[in-house]
Design a protein around this ligand. Structure first.
Ligand code: DX5
Ligand code: ZN
Length: 215
């Protein structure tokens, strides 16, 4: 079962509630929310108050992608704002095990994220504890970038490790996902596809979601 997580980073923020409802009606499985602090990544986006503001608009799970340094400081704010899944970058956590368990103790699903150039070894020891592994297929910071094909090897390897060990985490990809690159990622073992511009820049979001899902 392939899940589609439209990233609201590419939505029209002047009518954000409507944009969230539109992808829910279009068949989205998660709402992907990109939080950037201007330090871990060059861009600044939104904080917990936006997450809280759109929480009543949809019943879809909020898939919160934290691109911030030292994310432990803000976990509770995003929990209280209504996040369902919180993912943190291995590169941004000094004590990744502590951060993952902080998220889980709050009753949420915890994900770990790797930038395109970060090796799997960085997260190998935490894999039994996580609910989701997010492999970046662009360098995080902006929507609308080009897919980096070299990450496919990493998706395959994570998928193999998951199968060998009987782990149940989801494998998510994020960045430059469209109909074509989605297919490659699914073949490699991904089951959650984030798509920003491919969904929000298309007039018919339902058709875009279906095309990316491949059905
Ligand atoms: C990139 C963000 C992505 C971004 C994806 O830093 O994490 O979620 O919104 O946008 P597209 O699908 O346009 O590459
Ligand atoms: Zn993201």
């Amino acid at each position: 079962m392939i899940k589609i997580a439209p990233s609201i980073l590419s939505a029209d923020f002047s009518k954000l509630a409507q944009e969230v409802k539109d992808v829910e009606q279009g068949g989205a499985d998660y709402i992907h929310i990109d939080i950037m602090d201007g330090r871990f990544v060059p861009n600044i986006t939104m904080g917990p108050i936006i997450v809280e503001a759109i929480r009543p608009v949809t019943s879809l799970p909020f898939d919160v992608h934290l691109m911030i340094e030292d994310p432990d400081r803000y976990i509770d704010d995003f929990v209280n704002a209504g996040a369902d899944i919180i993912s943190v970058h291995a590169e941004a956590c000094t004590h990744l095990h502590r951060t993952v368990h902080l998220i889980k103790q709050r009753g949420l699903k915890a994900g770990v994220v790797l930038n395109p150039a970060t090796p799997i070894e960085w997260i190998i020891d935490i894999l039994p504890d996580v609910d989701l592994v997010l492999l970046m297929t662009v360098n995080p910071g902006f929507g609308g970038q080009k897919f980096i094909p070299n990450v496919l090897k990493k998706i395959r390897r994570i998928h193999e490790l998951k199968e060998e060990n009987g782990w149940t985490f989801e494998i998510e990809v994020d960045g430059g996902i469209n109909e074509e690159t989605a297919k490659l990622c699914v073949e490699a073992g991904a089951n959650v596809l984030v798509a920003g511009s491919a969904v929000y820049r298309s007039k018919n979001r339902r058709e875009a979601i279906q095309a990316i899902r491949g059905s």
